[in-house]
Design a protein around this ligand. Sequence first.
Ligand code: SF4
Length: 260
Amino acid sequence: MKRRLKANDDQASFALLPAALPDEKLLEIHRRLCLIFGCPIAYFRALDPLSELVSSLLSHRTRNVASGAAFRALRARWGEDWAAVRDADPAEVEAVIAGVTWPEQKAPRIQAILRRITELRGELSLDFLAEMTVPEARAWLQALPGVGPKTSAAVMSFSSLRRPALPVDSHHHRVAVRTGLIPPSVAVGPSHTILEARLPPDWTAQEIYDHHEVMMLHGQRVCFYRNPACERCVLLELCPEGQKRTAGGASAEQKSVEGK
Ligand code: SF4
């Protein structure tokens, strides 16, 4: 199942991460979930990196349906002109994105970030990130107000840049904790460095994207926040939390019906 893929220039970025130790359990989890969800998984969009940044900021603690609607509402009001959003009345921006969580905070934050990018670069574009290594680009993004590791990884991975970076959302994080890839004490933010350091250094952007997607999908469809469906989980025998909850494990037949 596992494809060994060629290295590329971006792999040098992992040298800056601590202890790049490919984790056998992580690889087995990835292999099993990829069989279920079908890797490679198609990218769901290809926004330019600045638009992806705005989209990611809107999505924080917000359902995809609501953040997608807010992004489309920004586009409907101001087109693709992020300078117009930057210079708009903050109250109007807040009203346009009213469907997301905390619009009163996100509207001024997005405008502040757009102003900061303009100050630093003299234009409103993040296309220059393509010329930087992944760690350099993520550090640049994370120096912006309110931008953390999940957002910087999302910009690098989900945008048209298509670079190797691992976003960790709450579903992904929950599965990683329960399966023992990270201790429960590690929050979502710090988990990015730990989980990314465990990936094989020769994985491509697509494989890293696949890993995020399958972990997220597993969290959404099987490893629920409340009452995870351990009895039909393909990861049960690898998962300390699942073993504890089922006190012995499920049969192979039960495990084969994941997602149904
Ligand atoms: S066995 Fe249970 S706790 Fe472990 S990953 Fe599967 S659903 Fe989640």
